[in-house]
Design a protein around this ligand. Structure first.
Ligand SMILES: *Cc1c(COP(=O)(O)O)cnc(C)c1O
Length: 433
């Protein structure tokens, strides 16, 4: 039977790009009619339990009354004004909140319109800081392999050099330094070999390095890898010893996902520059922020290049700031830590069995993140519709089936997600090519 949404999907597949897709070989897309709580309702009436929080963002679930009200109220006074020469309460309130909940060192906020842009701004801050200090040759970044920091050119240049897009854009990407990534197993000590490699690169290139950029504790889209707080602490110490700035990219990990409000808290350290995004607005609108210490802000401002060279058109959009304020209030007044711990325990209990499946290389859980790493790349054309048949929304990629559900998910709903994962992963050898 033909219907409106068949036509909609057909048009979509012919004309719209989705993230990382080809228009000649489109992967299936499922039209969503509405979303509420942890449920997505498809146009054909099927309901899916959401395991993804729309890529780390919708931590309170969808269609939340408090977040809806915040946007509606803001809409009645103004939806947007330029941030050049003007300011407004939603932005100032949000900056205050971010300064309050992050490390005391972080006192200054730049509002960006997406995570990638927040990373671009962080990189500019670091380079401008050294230029202002009379060291303009310090323009390179040191990072670790398997990282992901976004899709714009500056951010892309610090993504993993092999699984990222370096080969395709090699002549236009800045050449940065990549240390081996710490191993994924030891969670209490640090990987000495990885630290040695990191220190070696730092030591040999220190005159050219502006900053280290790293995702704290969890490497997201570059491989869903977890590493120890001890490694992160060591990285902070080395940055201090060699006098380079430390940029932490908490765009995925920020706002409670790993069990602390920010992942860096688990290493008891502070970054010089911090990027947040994704869950900042509870998944409602695109907004990100780059925070920095007074050392960095004043270091830029006191020098030869005192103006931070960035200013997006939609900087500090009032609607986005208003919903971010409401989302942070909601988070901080909720038992988020208990929720994240409960999800963590349930993921450990229910996913561990997958270790016994022949297709599975590793199962790992940290905070409200569960990851099944397969031996081989999975077939998305088969796997995605299979998850939908089982009534859950899980979006695997490469050789990774992973979930990061909204913090409000009930145990019974989470069990449906983990059961579907067990089912689908157990079918891999039989069904998938
Ligand atoms: C998603 C992500 C980004 C990029 O954010 P966008 O809003 O997609 O531009 C950067 N860093 C990390 C760690 C991310 O997970």
């Amino acid at each position: 039977m033909s219907n409106n949404w068949d036509a909609l999907v057909t048009f979509d597949q012919q004309h719209l790009w989705h993230p990382y897709t080809s228009l000649n070989h489109p992967t299936p897309v499922f039209p969503v009619k509405s979303a509420s709580g942890v449920r997505l309702t498809l146009e054909d009436g099927r309901e899916l339990i959401d395991g993804m929080s729309s890529w780390w963002a919708a931590i309170h679930g969808y269609n939340h009354p408090a977040l809806n009200t915040a946007i509606e109220n803001q809409l009645k006074s103004m939806s947007h004004v330029m941030f050049g020469g003007l300011t407004h309460k939603p932005a100032v309130d949000l900056a205050k909140k971010l300064i309050n909940i992050t490390h005391d060192d972080l006192q200054h906020v730049f509002f960006a319109d997406s995570g990638s842009v927040a990373v671009e701004v962080a990189i500019k801050m670091a380079i401008q800081y050294w230029a202002s200090q009379g060291q303009p040759q310090k323009q390179r970044l040191l990072t670790i392999k398997n990282g992901y920091h976004g899709d714009t050119f500056g951010a892309m240049a610090v993504c993993d050099p092999d699984n990222g897009m370096h080969h395709l854009f090699s002549n236009v990407l800045a050449q940065h330094l990549f240390a081996q990534s710490p191993n994924c197993s030891g969670q209490t000590t640090y990987d000495q070999t990885a630290i040695d490699d990191f220190e070696h690169l730092l030591k040999n290139n220190v005159d050219a390095i502006a900053a280290v950029i790293i995702e704290p504790l969890v490497q997201g889209a570059g491989g869903m890898r977890f590493y120890s707080a001890a490694y992160l602490k060591k990285v902070r110490e080395l940055c201090t010893d060699y006098n380079v700035l430390l940029i932490l990219d908490e765009i995925a990990t920020g706002f409670g996902r790993t069990g602390t409000l920010f992942a860096y808290e688990q290493a008891r350290i502070a970054p010089d520059i911090l990027c947040v995004g994704k869950a900042l607005t509870g998944g409602y609108l695109s907004l990100a922020a780059t925070l920095c210490s007074s050392k960095v802000a004043n270091g830029i401002g006191d020098g030869q290049h005192p103006t931070l060279m960035h200013g997006p058109t939609f900087m500090a959009n009032p609607l986005a700031c208003a919903v971010a304020n409401a989302s942070l209030d909601l988070l901080l007044n909720s038992p988020w830590q208990e929720n994240v711990n409960r999800i963590e325990q349930q993921l450990i209990t229910e996913l561990s069995i997958c270790r016994t499946f022949t297709s599975v290389k590793d199962v790992r859980v940290k905070g409200a993140i569960g990851v099944i790493e397969l031996h081989q790349a999975l077939d998305i054309h088969w796997m995605q519709p299979r998850f939908v048949e089982l009534g859950v929304w899980v979006r695997p990629f490469s050789n990774l089936v992973y979930v990061m559900p909204p913090y409000i998910i009930e145990p019974a709903d989470l069990s449906r997600v983990t059961s579907a994962i067990k089912q689908v992963v157990s079918e891999i050898t039989e069904t998938s090519p």
